[in-house]
Write a protein that binds this ligand. Sequence first.
Ligand SMILES: Cc1cc2nc3c(=O)[nH]c(=O)nc-3n(C[C@H](O)[C@H](O)[C@H](O)COP(=O)(O)O)c2cc1C
Length: 282
Amino acid sequence: MQDDTKLAASVEDSLAERFGERLHVDPALNGLDELARIAGHRVHRDFLDQPVEPALVRLLCACALSAPSKSDLQQADIMVVDDPDQRRAVIALMPDMPWLAHAPVLLVFLANGGRTPQLARLRGKPFPNHHIDLLFNAAVDSAIVMTTFMRAAAAVGLGVCPLSAIRDEAARVSDVLGLPERVIPVAGLCAGWPAKAGHITPRLGLETTLHQDRYRQGDLDRQIDAYDRRRAARHPHARQRAVERWGQAEFYGWSEDKARQYAEPLRADFGAFLRAKGFCLD
Ligand SMILES: Cc1cc2nc3c(=O)[nH]c(=O)nc-3n(C[C@H](O)[C@H](O)[C@H](O)COP(=O)(O)O)c2cc1C
């Protein structure tokens, strides 16, 4: 009971730090240890120089691939990138993240839109479904599998960081990994034993992202301002982005950072990559 009270308080504390709002957690709830890990989530980019056993990675992958799958179609795969040459080749395609070289585990979560048409070929059936839903379903399945991997990893004490940077050079990643038609990387993920505790990153308030019955837009500008202030009070940005273009801001919050980030074209060639891999985007 003592432990449950502590776990309940830990969930409350994490969520208060995350959302700036205190939610009551009943110590009699089941699964508080899992809720505490979920509420206390933080990515890790710093790892101990200590290997992660391949058998453990395989176990976590099997747990991740136990995730639900749209229509039971099973359109997500995981690539374990273990061979040193393959690792170097993939990491070289994400040059802004040199810390990846020290991550014991590198995975790529794949959306596989190729298997379902193959079932049609195998069983002599038509496949009138080459439209964007094929891609969307596979990408959603892949994201769910990755999320489940993250939960499994957190349960055994591993730290992880997803890597959308894997899509910066999607075509070259696809070549290095030998991805067939209609199989694409959704995100990479590195994992290892955390070297630091890390910290909880505040999120937009629940008044912005939690809706009831009908979408409520509210006073979004005010909510974003309030979030910027709440977040900066706990974790101010260490550096300002693209100062040469936008100058030094007196107050630099999350919204300024994201607006600057998306003031540059990013992955504008991704649609062309998807089409080249055989997906239809209509
Ligand atoms: C789909 C996805 C892709 C991400 N890609 C990257 C990435 O390429 N590089 C990186 O350093 N962090 C990446 N992240 C981590 C986010 O930056 C991180 O989740 C965010 O800053 C919030 O921090 P928190 O997860 O600790 O709350 C990614 C996260 C997600 C969910």
